[in-house]
Design a protein around this ligand. Sequence first.
Ligand code: DOR
Ligand code: ZN
Ligand code: ZN
Length: 391
Amino acid sequence: EVIDADGQVALPGFVDLHTHLREPGREDTETIATGSAAAALGGYTAVFAMANTDPVADNAVIVEHVWRRGREVGLVDVHPVGAVTVGLKGEKLAELGTMARSQADVRVFSDDGHCVADPLIMRRALEYTKALDGVIAQHAEEPRLTVNAQAHEGERAARLGLAGWPAAAEESIVARDCLLAKQTGARLHVCHVSTAGTVDVLRWAKERGTKVSAEVTPHHLLLTDERLATYDPVNKVNPPLRTESDVQVLREALAEGVVDCVATDHAPHAPQDKDCEWSAARPGMLGLQTALSIVVETLVRPGLLDWRGVARVMSEKPAEIAGLPDQGRPLAVGEPATLVLVDPTARWTVRGAELASIAGNTPFEGMELPGVVRTTMLRGRVTVSEGKVQS
Ligand code: DOR
Ligand code: ZN
Ligand code: ZN
């Protein structure tokens, strides 16, 4: 088979540190099969499946199930994330070592959806994951500052009568966790950084030698709380969409490397959980099939990042953070290829109904975006050809 890659950009396959696949428990919104297809179409060759499934992935049985199902589907490497605490309740540490030693070989742990808020539990979790050579991916949210929070705290939310989610709810936990990571020598990964203040905290922590990494989502790179004006719950997400100046600082921080990588926080939801009152809607947005295009739109086109930089933030850095030796790097001679071919100039229009996910909750509906994934290959196997999944 000959692949015509004329005019296309070849990059190492993308690695998503933050994907919600909803299996087990909410297969009406996404399955490991449909989520893997969406990932491959988005140029991904590895995804980290978050633990807030039903039941929660807080034990070896569930993580092995997710791992096995991912292998059966075979479109991307599905790496289960292990919960930090039992049932994401924050009260008792899950059996991190058992999950690490399971077939799933779990090294990334997170209570995402919830924050590991108790400082003692967080400190012990950092010590355990250090011993396991793993990392904690923290959803940074001080829950006592976000009681009933519905949107970014500020004028726009106030005008709509929506309770605010202050920047300090994120920044205070990130600062605390950086201190704990420094003191324990453990590695910390900060999920979905959304404020300029968090970038300041990360800069400070990195300067003093903290082993901290951080991700930003495509939606926090493009959208602002101006979207609140539509009152459409497709724009509801945790952490919330912030301000124009936050977005600008996040773009620059990613280009500079203070924020290490892009992660989607791909969060499929059922229609009834989005087509409702704002306050009743679930937070979250689809992300896998639009991530690359948003990075091109927000960073490549304005000249903040070149294609080398795209490889860094979409592939190399996330692979390094998660400890994947066989992803996120140039191919060795004779090695079966794990790569993506992107048409850098072609454009496409986002239609939620046409995405591979079962759910259709994309905030980018109707947008015409640059950057089209033509081919994805996982260890020599073509998973996507001319924009179609090869199953
Ligand atoms: O918007 C979000 N959706 N933020 C989270 O932390 C969880 C996620 C989900 O699981 O839907
Ligand atoms: Zn989260
Ligand atoms: Zn998430």
